[in-house]
Design a binder for this molecule. Structure first.
Ligand code: GLA
Length: 388
């Protein structure tokens, strides 16, 4: 049994004086391309990563939920009586993701039962790798398992997104939750965020996916994320459509010529429209096994996120520039919402061993005081039961 699972079971027994009845896991994700497109009904190309949230559970005979986390302090307790109150202290904010899932399941008329939960995770928090979505999807699975219920994973992703939108208060799209709930092992997936259709695509042979955490953190709730989303919605309205997915670059520029969009709205919309095109092109590259062309699209994506969508920062730009200067790197970009967090790079297998320490070393030299973490990941399986 892997160490993390053994530690989870030991912590469960210590906290609740009983063995868990079952356990579940939900992975984080890295988005290879297709950023800030999901809430515009566009396309993304994510894969699940080999870091996850694990929850051990046991039913109770009352309607209480008790939660311990191996990484965060204290026991959180709440009854399954709505409305479930939000965490009062900032330090317990993580519990709102769990509470939000309970609230949304109850709202969806799922007959929940009280349960004890122990949680462990190695998805770095607030780093753009979907630690929140992984916690939500795992919580959904744990509550459903304790209640003896099953739901289709696409439905679980939608409910988890709803928990984040309505309970936690971040107006995120479906990218993170759908990736965590529905990923296929060994594959990236083209995600159509309008139909929620996922089409798996293998990564090209001979290349590795390298994640580089800048060490810079920025919470989504407090960030300009909701503002970007509102700007996209206002842009779509000015262009006479519900979602930017339905706009072509030609149509966009025509509207600009007619004075319907200001300079900021033009930049935001240009990124989204171009990014949809890049994501579809990147998917075609995967199908054709063309890693070089895929890498170029990643570079273009980062440039637009920096110059037009304006969600990068010095650390993300620095990490990407250093990565691109190293041998064997085919493309590099920020991943996730931006404003801090991680980059993702495509690196030739034969170069990856030297690439990882060199990227870390040069980043540390350029950004003293920041603590980066660089690692290779393969495409992991989507959420499900964990063998205990
Ligand atoms: C965050 C959100 C996602 C998506 C990305 C940007 O990860 O949770 O829904 O919008 O940012 O692509």
């Amino acid at each position: 049994m892997p160490d993390r699972t053994a530690a989870l079971l030991a912590a469960f027994e210590k906290s609740f004086n009983a063995k868990p009845e079952g356990a579940v896991r939900a992975p984080g994700r890295v988005n290879l391309i297709g950023e800030h497109t999901d809430y515009n009904h566009g396309f993304c190309l994510p894969m699940a990563i080999e870091r996850d949230i694990r929850i051990a559970w046991r039913k109770r005979s009352d309607l209480m939920v008790r939660v311990v986390s191996l990484e965060q302090d204290g026991v959180v307790e709440f009854p399954l009586v709505t409305p479930i109150p939000h965490a009062k202290e900032k330090a317990r904010k993580w519990a709102d993701y769990v509470k939000g899932c309970a609230q949304i399941l109850i709202d969806a008329s799922v007959d929940l039962v009280g349960c004890d939960l122990a949680i462990t995770g190695d998805v770095p928090l607030g780093s753009g790798l979907s630690s929140s979505a992984a916690l939500e999807v795992a919580s959904m699975l744990a509550f459903l398992a304790a209640a003896g219920m099953k739901l289709p994973h696409e439905e679980i992703a939608k409910l988890a997104q709803k928990a984040e939108n309505t309970y936690v208060g971040t107006n995120c799209g479906i990218l993170d939750q759908l990736s965590s709930a529905c990923a296929t092992q060994g594959q990236a997936m083209l995600m159509d965020c309008r139909t929620l259709r996922l089409t798996p695509a293998p990564l090209p042979a001979g290349v590795s996916v390298v994640i580089a955490d800048t060490g810079k953190r920025r919470g989504l709730v407090d960030s300009a994320y909701n503002e970007r989303r509102a700007q996209c919605e206002a842009g779509a309205k000015a262009l006479g459509v519900l979602h930017l997915r339905d706009v072509t670059m030609h149509g966009l520029w025509h509207a600009v010529a007619l004075g319907r969009l200001d300079a900021t709205a033009k930049r935001r919309c240009e990124h989204v429209v171009a990014e949809d095109g890049r994501t579809l092109a990147a998917f075609a590259c995967l199908r054709a096994g063309d890693a070089v062309a895929f890498g170029e699209l990643m570079d273009q994506s980062h440039a637009d996120l920096r110059d037009k969508f304006e969600v990068t920062c010095a650390e993300l730009d620095g990490m990407v520039t250093i990565a691109r200067s190293l041998p064997g790197c085919l493309g590099s970009r920020m991943t996730g919402a931006g404003f801090g967090g991680c980059t993702v790079s495509l690196v030739k297998d034969e170069a990856v061993k030297a690439f990882v320490p060199e990227l870390e070393k040069r980043y540390r030299a350029e950004f003293p005081g920041m603590v980066p973490a660089v690692y290779v990941t393969r495409a992991a399986a989507g959420a499900g039961p964990l063998k205990i």
